[in-house]
Design a protein around this ligand. Structure first.
Ligand code: ARG
Length: 508
């Protein structure tokens, strides 16, 4: 060794070949590394699935580090579905006999039942969900179990199992996003006649209808639901048949496996098939966008629940109190949802980073795709569900909303537009209105509280028809451009959302 490290031995180097802390770890664990692998009650030195060329098993710390069964067991149902499709295909293609295929399929059903009944013993020494299930299949059905992996590698196996899993979860997210749209539609329908300040730069801008405000979120979640649908079309591509990376010599029929599991497409390139994780990335991006939308809505709920706004009353069942301040009612669910958004972004970032340096084809780094997705899945699914529940029970304080419109001169644009109607160029109208706002502000009142005389001091062409224009509700009802906050536009939106939900919920 050359360089500063060789010249100056560090303290930790005295430990020798041992990883720091390993001794303590080994002592605290009853299973010694050498007795780790067992088959039929017999201790084996190496892993039974790949240990042929190994004289020794991995160190306990290494086994722990590489283990994934502790979390990828979540994929058991999809792994079994994929294996059954593979076995049936092997039977159809004559790679194994039809009766062997049947035995494998039935055996896998039994393994699933065992897992679901809680009787399955997960073995860390078998690394992952795939090898745990295959080993148990062989225990139950005998040597025929060892034929299941013919023409397959864990690389294409995990690709299909995980794609099935992600597809199942995205389908659930999609349903939850649709359900949230339904709640938003319902709440919007109840509040078509209520108005509140709309904000830009978080400053009061123009009055909008509460239905319009709620529908803005419904459109976001509708896009999310559709984005999931687009993403699903790509997730549902089967990589099985790619084997380790190069394809295989057996006469496999990958298309029929894809059809068997309900997927629409198959891979075209075996190396791409086993090393593509775009589907996880896309799924995490969809999840991140959903969380971003939820987080924005949470932010509004948190602000609106603040007594300064007082626009909503939080349902007791979705808020918590303070241990020291008896008066408090905290919007913890909304805050946590806003906070948990970070975890989902984190999973997306981590997956992008994992993939960026990987040469073709499969690399073990890819095993790191599971935990991030599993965590994101728990977060996205629960957040969509809880937001729907919270919105259902939220009380909108429409009196406070209407009052708040008065505070910020929200009808100033109306006055400017009125002056334009009198033939005054917009820039000038803008200036005159600014003077009116200053006058009203000084007098501590709203524009509508100025007298006609006061207004005419600024511009003699103003007449008493101005007061109808200055009404806040009128400001809303006159905004009938397509997609605006006017009642006809809102009605159109309600109809469109209703029709879309009808199509989906009718179909599902
Ligand atoms: N547990 C692994 C994963 O999730 C399965 C594939 C392992 N393949 C291999 N050749 N070691 O990626």
């Amino acid at each position: 060794m050359v360089g500063p490290l060789a010249a100056k031995p560090r303290a930790w180097r005295k430990i020798g070949g041992q990883v720091p802390g390993e001794a303590a770890f080994a002592k605290s664990n009853a299973v010694s590394p050498d007795s780790f692998f067992t088959e039929n009650g017999q201790t084996m030195k190496t892993n039974q699935s790949w240990g042929g060329r190994f004289a020794e098993g991995p160190k306990e710390a290494v086994a722990q580090y590489t283990d994934s069964q502790s979390y990828d067991r979540a994929l058991y149902a999809q792994d079994i579905r994929a294996s059954q499709a593979h076995a049936r295909m092997l039977g159809r293609q004559g790679v194994i006999s039809q009766s062997e295929a049947r035995i494998l399929v039935n055996g896998l059903d039994r393994v699933r039942e065992e897992i679901e009944a809680g009787g399955f013993v997960w073995k860390p020494e078998l690394e992952d969900v795939h090898m745990n299930i295959e080993a148990r299949l062989t225990e139950i059905m005998g040597n025929v179990g060892k034929k299941l992996h013919t023409g397959r590698s864990r690389n294409d196996q995990v690709g299909l199992s995980f794609r099935l899993f992600v597809a199942d979860r995205l389908e659930t997210w999609r349903q939850r996003a649709v359900a949230l749209c339904a709640v938003l539609l319902q709440r919007a329908t109840e509040h078509t006649a209520d108005i509140l300040p709309g904000y830009t730069h978080m400053q009061p801008a123009q009055p909008v209808s509460l239905a319009h405000h709620l529908l803005a979120y419904a459109w976001m979640f509708r896009r999310d639901a559709r984005r999931l649908g687009d993403c699903l079309a790509r997730v549902r591509t089967s990589p099985l048949g790619a084997a380790a990376l190069a394809g295989t010599t057996y006469p496999l029929d990958p298309q029929s496996v894809a059809e068997d599991v309900g997927f629409s497409g198959v891979y075209s390139n075996s190396m791409d098939a086993v090393s593509d994780r775009d589907f996880v990335l896309e799924a995490l991006f969809c999840g991140s966008t959903i969380m971003m939308h939820l987080s924005r809505l949470c932010e509004e709920i948190i602000l609106w629940a603040n007594p300064g706004f007082g626009f909503v009353r939080l349902p007791d069942s979705y808020s918590t109190g303070s241990s020291i301040m008896p008066q408090k009612k905290n919007p913890d669910v909304a805050e946590l949802m806003r906070g948990k958004t970070g975890r989902v972004y984190g999973s997306l970032m981590s997956m992008l980073t994992i993939m960026k340096g990987l040469p073709l084809a499969y690399n073990r780094d890819m095993q790191e795709d599971k935990e991030g997705f599993l965590d994101a899945d728990r977060t996205v699914e629960a957040s969509l569900r809880l937001m729907a529940g919270m919105l259902e029970e939220l009380t909108f304080r429409t009196d406070r909303m209407r009052e708040a419109c008065k505070a910020g001169f929200l009808n100033a644009t109306e006055l400017a537009d009125y002056l334009v109607g009198k033939g005054i160029p917009f820039r000038e109208a803008h200036h005159i209105t600014g003077q009116a706002v200053a006058m009203a502000e000084k007098a501590g009142k709203g524009l509508e509280d100025l007298t006609l005389g006061e207004l005419q001091l600024l511009e003699p062409r103003i007449d008493d028809t101005v007061f109808a224009i200055l009404e806040y509700a009128a400001a809303v009802s006159r905004r009938e451009t397509p997609g605006g906050t006017g009642p006809r536009s809102v009605e159109t939106q309600l109809e469109q959302m209703h029709e879309w939900l009808g199509q989906i919920l009718g179909k599902d």
